[in-house]
Design a binder for this molecule. Sequence first.
Ligand code: IMP
Length: 428
Amino acid sequence: MSGLVLLGAQWGDEGKGKVTDYLGEMADVVVRYQGGNNAGHTVVVGEEEFKLRLIPSGILNPKAICVIGNGVVVDPNVLLKEIKYLQEKGIDTSGLRISERAHVIMPYHIAIDTYDEEAKGEKKIGTTKNGIGPCYSDKYNRIGIRIADLIDKEVFAERLKATLEVKNNLLVKFYEKEPMDFQEIFENYSEMAEKIKKYVTDTSYLVDEALKAGKKVLFEGAQGTLLDIDHGTYPYVTSSNPIASYAAVGVGVGVQNINSVLGIAKAYTTRVGEGPFPTELFDEDGEKMRNVGHEFGTVTGRARRCGWIDTVMLRYAVRLSGITGLALMKLDVMDSLPKVKICTHYECNGEKVETFPCSLKKLAECKPVYVELDGWQCDTSNVRSYEELPENARKFIETIEKYTAVPIKLVAVGPKRDQTIIRTELFK
Ligand code: IMP
């Protein structure tokens, strides 16, 4: 039994796709446990770039079984497009499996996500408008449609009819929009269900059997800790739980199967959407991080807000998920900076704040306190071992380890598979 959870330790976009791809090479099973096509993974293999939103990056390993777990919300349109995209690039998708219990994103979810954001005006969350929140809301409101319901025409017709009545009322009376047509949705989604059917199975059983057989299972989280619906910067969060303990729920296996937890963090911090961000930069350094780091959304193309690395946030992520090691991504983006900073704690109205506050009002008032180190000002993108890194880069890494109290096991110095420095074995 060997279960490793990989998750974002910041606000998402940490570079999880690259690490999943890297570890996916060693895994027998790669399984996603939450989120949907709000995620965006860019993976570079050789000279080729792959952009994935829903299917785990483990699909690039032809030997691995690649699972979309029950905790994920699935837009069949996106799923089929992604399968086609991968097939056109010569990738074998026969290892894909989809949980029959995963919920389906319907057209009214996407419409309501958009109208809701418009209605919120300045108070908008800045969602990806992919229907993620409305789909999870329906799941918890027990009016969702699961993959198993979708592929059974009779059940699908019955559930769609009941739900669409409620949704059309909302669309017409509240949002003052056109109602949606039952027949059109039913036919379109039934057609897609036919194409998806062959991938659908009891994935909880499949993953459990793999674990019992001693296979290596990689649990892949999407988004990041600070976007967690329970523990993130609520309400500026996503609608699921990216933290590690949810891997057991979102896949349907026992918690004892999680042996180690790898938190992925960038050497700096980014966030998309709204909400307070204590270490955010509005200067040249922030601009450099954005441009050198190509900090523009894979899904939405939005420019990401950039700032220094924040160990208050990372300590919180370590605590919430029991992170046993960190992967530090995009170190090379910092190569040209003369000085680099690490936030050690905040100060709020004269008080020293060392743990991440719940209140957004307080978080907005928190002033970051930094240790400032000399930069290394040389190219690290060709470095392949820790010892070869410039001394100042090592000092930067070791200072983060000191303030987070966890080892940095992997350092990434570029987007390619081989631009990776492994300090400790990750997947036993
Ligand atoms: P939703 O997940 O589309 O509902 O969006 C809710 C919030 O989570 C917004 O601030 C999004 O920008 C953010 N978000 C969702 N997915 C990701 C991701 O993969 N990376 C970074 N931010 C994300």
